[in-house]
Design a protein around this ligand. Structure first.
Ligand SMILES: Nc1ccn([C@H]2C[C@H](O)[C@@H](COP(=O)(O)OP(=O)(O)OP(=O)(O)O)O2)c(=O)n1
Length: 235
């Protein structure tokens, strides 16, 4: 997923892995780094730059080669086939309208996609900046982040727990409920990305590799229409 758009960024330099620039440790561009800076300040600057370069960041690219599967984006046109709604007035108007509405709904669901921006790396960078600005890195160790993420998963579950089965697209949910869901899912994602970074797992790449493994484990030709676990297949 190419993402060089930085809408919503704080007004700081944002062309790379620079989250530490906005922190509270006082090194700025107001003459401290100028030609007259003392050797100890210059040394401090060099060490700081070195540290920043070593900071973990995710890969920028998340595009996966197409394997001809029916992902959301590649599913267009799949519903224009032969299920009987034609333009010759063969069906009664009511039936035709119902069919059309059904078709529209199906296409709408199939068409759902995320925005192209931001990338995982961008979210990771902004969260790292948020953490550094508050001197919270000390509290955001892998175990803390894991527990925080699981707590947020619990908050997502709360939104679903006393309702019946939810239809795709959550047509029965109110706007405030949907907004709440978006917030809780974002909390999960934010902690997940921070956890992955804290563990030096390049999550976008790892996810692509895992999906390639999933394809091998569950060949579409073999498992089409079945939700069985791969261990349940005998051949
Ligand atoms: N120590 C913290 C606290 C918060 N956050 C950020 C990441 C999450 O996106 C969000 C979580 O904030 P809260 O812990 O306040 O949880 P909620 O936003 O879910 O609030 P509530 O528990 O009231 O629903 O804020 C963080 O990074 N580190």
């Amino acid at each position: 997923m190419a993402t060089n758009g930085h809408s919503g960024d704080p007004p700081t330099c944002n062309h790379g892995n620079h989250e530490a620039h906005n922190g509270s440790n006082g090194v700025d561009s107001n003459g401290v780094h100028g030609p007259a800076a003392s050797p100890s300040l210059l040394k401090e600057k060099t060490e700081k730059e070195k540290k920043e370069k070593e900071r973990f960041s995710f890969s920028q690219e998340t595009q996966t080669p197409s394997h001809g599967n029916h992902d959301n984006q590649h599913d267009h046109g799949a519903h224009n086939g032969s299920n009987g709604v034609d333009s010759n007035g063969v069906h009664e108007p009511l039936k035709k309208k119902e069919e059309e509405e059904k078709m529209e709904k199906k296409e709408e669901l199939a068409r759902f996609t995320f925005s192209q921006e931001p990338s995982f790396e961008e979210v990771r960078r902004l969260q790292a900046q948020f953490t550094d600005e508050r001197d919270w890195r000390q509290f955001h160790r892998p175990r803390n982040l894991l527990l925080a993420m699981v707590g947020e998963v619990g908050e997502v579950s709360e939104l679903f727990q006393w309702r019946g089965e939810a239809a795709e697209g959550l047509p029965d949910w109110t706007e405030p409920e949907r907004e709440q869901l978006g917030q809780e899912l974002s909390d999960v994602l934010i902690y997940l990305l921070e956890l992955a970074a804290a563990c030096h797992v390049d999550l976008p790449r790892a996810a692509l590799r895992k999906m390639a493994l999933n394809r091998l484990k569950y060949p579409a030709s073999k498992v089409h229409g079945s939700a069985k676990k791969y261990t349940e297949y005998t051949d």
